[in-house]
Design a binder for this molecule. Structure first.
Ligand SMILES: *[C@@H]1O[C@H](CO)[C@@H](O)[C@H](O)[C@H]1NC(C)=O
Ligand SMILES: *[C@@H]1O[C@H](CO)[C@@H](O)[C@H](O)[C@H]1NC(C)=O
Length: 359
């Protein structure tokens, strides 16, 4: 009898132990004890105070379940509003979401108007996974993957469509100084690049749906962040759809940036519709954030391969299916096949011809 009651109390104690209140976070002040003490953390709804970052510096192999709405008190600063770091971590958007409440900031000027916070910075590594994360109303850039490696994002939903014409620089995913990043089955509705790769290597994007923005982009030469050179190598975009956007595919190098390179980039099975400016735009004349005169080959683009890029432009007066502007010696070894983009108003313009393609 004594033994039985001992056994019973042991069973009760064991079943009670997962109810560690400090591992369920429902206020900002409980975050740091949870991240330092807990291997599984549940984030319920709370507001992050003005000018603070929700810092999730996770224990190795920790799991976070985002079940509530996290919002952020208004403050004009650069952010990020949330930063996640750690090794082998799992982050599940378990029905919850980050709400950047961009309506308090949007005024149509993006990076240049009032100072707006970036939303989420990811710097995880060693086999980390983010599943089904929901982000809405980014004041400006939504997700910055920076100094991360071996990290996979699956089933994300980023929605800044509420900004309409007041949204600007609301990039979906920006990637710099990172290696081994995979993004699968994500939806991005915004007003700037769906994905923009600045630096790094070994990237795979599969099953993205992009709407309202500037397309699937490589933008190389903006910075030499963390002392990393302006290089991008081994990138694949596959089975992606870009709708009602300025560009479908946009590869640009900055002529005012010193040296660097882009190599081994493949876009395959990309479907376009309602593209207003360029279906495919490769330009080596970016400077000071815009198109700028004669192109320069300071950041050469080699092995840019396109397979099956199809669909339609919007028919707007500026719409062009394919635009290629290479600097002297700036472009080599491109193989393109299955390019079929209709309903453009302007003819293609190319100063370099990829093999397999007639401009
Ligand atoms: C519960 O949380 C505290 C404080 O965060 C931590 O020290 C402790 O290890 C946790 N216990 C369990 C069983 O997770
Ligand atoms: C290219 O990147 C992909 C995705 O990270 C990776 O699976 C592949 O091994 C890389 N290829 C090379 C040659 O490194």
């Amino acid at each position: 009898m004594y033994r039985l009651s001992l056994l019973l109390s042991a069973v009760i104690a064991a079943s009670a132990s997962p109810l560690n209140a400090s591992c369920t976070v429902s206020s900002y002040s409980d975050v740091s004890s949870a991240t330092s003490g807990c291997s599984t953390i549940t984030l319920e709804s709370f507001t992050v105070p003005a000018g603070k970052t929700l810092t999730l510096k996770l224990k190795t192999s920790a799991t976070v379940n985002l079940v509530g709405r996290i919002n952020f008190a208004y403050h004009e600063w650069n952010g990020p509003l949330v930063e996640v770091s750690g090794s082998k971590v799992t982050f599940n958007g378990a029905g919850g979401y980050f709400d950047g409440e961009g309506a308090n900031y949007w005024e149509g000027h993006g990076d240049t108007g009032k100072t707006k916070p970036k939303l989420l910075r990811i710097k995880t590594k060693s086999g980390s996974n983010f599943n089904d994360v929901n982000i809405i109303n980014c004041p400006r850039q939504c997700v910055s993957i920076n100094s991360a490696s071996d990290t996979t994002l699956t089933g994300w939903n980023i929605d800044v469509s509420a900004a309409g014409s007041l949204g600007s620089n609301t990039d979906g995913f920006d990637i710099s100084s990172s290696h081994g990043i995979t993004i699968r089955n994500a939806v991005v509705k915004n007003q700037d690049d769906c994905v923009a790769i600045n630096q790094g290597s070994n990237f795979l994007f599969e099953g993205l749906y992009c709407s309202g923005g500037h397309g699937l982009s490589l933008s190389v030469g903006q910075s030499s962040e963390n002392g990393n050179p302006n290089t991008v190598q081994n990138v694949t975009f596959s089975d992606c759809t870009v709708e009602n956007s300025r560009n479908g595919i946009h590869v640009k190098t900055h002529k005012d940036a010193g040296t660097g390179s882009i190599s081994d980039v493949t876009y395959k099975n990309i479907k376009l519709s309602g593209i207003t400016n360029y279906g495919i735009n490769v330009q080596e004349n970016y400077a000071n954030g815009g198109d700028s005169g004669d192109p320069v080959g300071n950041i050469p683009i080699t092995n840019l391969n396109l397979q099956s890029v199809t669909g339609s432009m919007s028919g707007d007066s500026n719409s062009m299916a394919v635009y290629i502007l290479c600097g002297n010696g700036g472009c080599s070894n491109w193989a393109w096949s299955g390019i079929s983009i209709y309903n453009a108003k302007l003819s293609n313009s190319c100063n370099f011809t990829p093999s397999g393609f007639y401009c």
